[in-house]
Design a protein around this ligand. Structure first.
Ligand SMILES: [Zn+2]
Length: 450
């Protein structure tokens, strides 16, 4: 069996810029891209290379979910860590599969219940389960009365769930060191809070500068990156000042915050993660809030402020990433590509610009060495084959039936979004489904348009 495959007759979006190349070819050898571009320019290709005619399907780089909570179990926001760890682990295995099947070949975790993400990452890397390349975080770190302090004092669960409370620089350093010992790549830090939270609203800083400096310097010294929850300008400035790598939300910006972000734009990324606000406003009644109450909590204003913030960030050349807070009851797993629609309809990006945020910029956030996010010779073969044109309608990426196949690391996957992809039928004996190497006969069967 050859480990080399040549896709031809593709409409190619490389993610390098917003161009589309018709009649394109992509040559994958092992886990790397050997050639990508016009089929006419490819030069000699050996006889042993398996050829698959894509029939004009759209090929784009794999996307990055930049603010992932794979271990959330579609609970309400107050119940994030109330699923038993055993059940949460099973959900997470399913969620990782669903994320990859939805076209997201990479993810940056923004907080995990228990130590689930670390074990997921390792199982994915070993090939035991399908899932995205995962920058794994540990439990959230926050102060007493921060947004990580989820449960009232009279009802604190007697288990280690999502929040790790640490007050004072040395306690914060110890929390970061604990994550290092537990194998995390990312430290999630709460710098301010949430409209729904009575004790930690946006704009009320929940850590002092001294504590934030301790957390971030300790994380960097221990080879981990830092993701912050920063809704207000004050919390964004605190994150930038002390060197955070991924800033989540950044809904309310002032001139000084925009200027600081602009000056730091080569070393950090911002993700608005607007799905939560949008779906909360759309579903507030089912969550026990009238529209009036949701407005009083500031959520309509927050959406308006975020539209303005994203416009200013992009004008300042700051890389804005898609994704965020999928895995709640109102933002269930599998709906990650909805974020691209928000980028187009709400933030006013073109579909190609939104795709670049999802691919090129997300890939750079996951892998600073530059091996991800675009389809270029020498890079990892992470790509999505789409039966449709996301540049004409970005919503096609939300339709799992239109995701013909996903390739990660040169490995082709299909049907990962089915409720149970392991179910077999007699037909499968002739054309087995599931994860297979690029050179197998499945590639041919799948991509011939079966
Ligand atoms: Zn989050």
């Amino acid at each position: 069996m050859s480990d080399s495959i040549l896709f031809t007759n593709a409409r190619l979006f490389t993610g390098v810029d917003d161009a589309v190349i018709g009649s394109a070819a992509i040559w994958v050898e092992g886990r790397y891209i050997r050639y990508v571009g016009r089929a006419a320019d490819i030069g000699p290709v050996g006889e042993a290379v398996r050829r698959v005619d894509l029939g004009g399907k759209f090929v784009m780089p794999g996307m990055t979910e930049s603010h992932a909570h794979i271990s959330y179990t579609n609970n309400g926001p107050g119940d994030l860590d109330k699923t038993p760890v055993e059940q949460a682990m099973i959900w997470s295995i399913d969620n990782a599969r669903l994320m990859l099947g939805s076209g997201f070949t990479s993810a940056i975790s923004f907080g995990s219940v228990h130590r689930i993400d670390v074990y997921l990452r390792d199982a994915i890397d070993k090939g035991q389960i399908p899932g995205p390349r995962l920058c794994a975080s540990g439990r959230d770190i926050g102060a007493t009365s921060s947004n990580a302090d989820l449960h009232p004092d009279y009802a604190r669960p007697q288990m280690e769930g999502l929040g790790m409370l640490a007050d004072g620089p040395w306690a914060v350093r110890k929390a970061v060191r604990t994550l290092r010992k537990n194998g995390a790549n990312v430290v999630k830090l709460f710098l301010d809070g949430e409209g729904l939270s009575n004790h930690a609203p946006p704009g009320e800083l929940t850590y002092t500068d001294e504590e934030v400096e301790a957390a971030i310097s300790e994380a960097h010294a221990r080879n981990m990156r830092v993701a912050t929850h920063s809704r207000s300008a004050a919390a964004v400035k605190q994150a930038v000042k002390f060197g955070a790598d991924f800033i989540g939300h950044a809904n309310y910006l002032d001139d000084e915050a925009v200027d600081m972000l602009r000056r730091a734009r080569d070393r950090l990324f911002v993700g608005p993660a607007i799905a939560w606000e949008m779906q909360f406003l759309a579903n507030c009644e089912s969550m026990g809030f009238t529209r009036e109450a949701a407005r009083n909590r500031g959520y309509e204003r927050e959406v308006e402020a975020t539209v303005d913030a994203v416009r200013r960030l992009r004008a300042a050349g700051v890389r804005v990433l898609i994704g965020g807070d999928y895995g709640l009851n109102i933002t269930p797993h599998g709906t990650y590509a909805k974020d691209l629609e928000y980028f187009v309809d709400l933030f006013g990006l073109s579909p190609a610009e939104a795709l670049l945020c999802a691919t090129r910029d997300g890939g750079a956030a996951v892998d600073p060495s530059g091996m991800l996010g675009t389809l270029e010779a020498g890079k990892y073969a992470d790509l999505v084959i789409v039966d449709g044109d996301p540049l004409a309608d970005i919503r096609v990426l939300q339709d799992h039936r239109r995701i013909t196949a996903v390739m990660k690391d040169g490995q082709l996957y299909r049907d990962l979004t089915r409720a149970n992809p392991y179910l077999g039928s007699a037909d499968d004996l002739a054309s087995p489904r599931g994860a297979v190497t690029a050179g197998s006969r499945l590639a041919e069967a799948v991509l011939a348009g079966e």
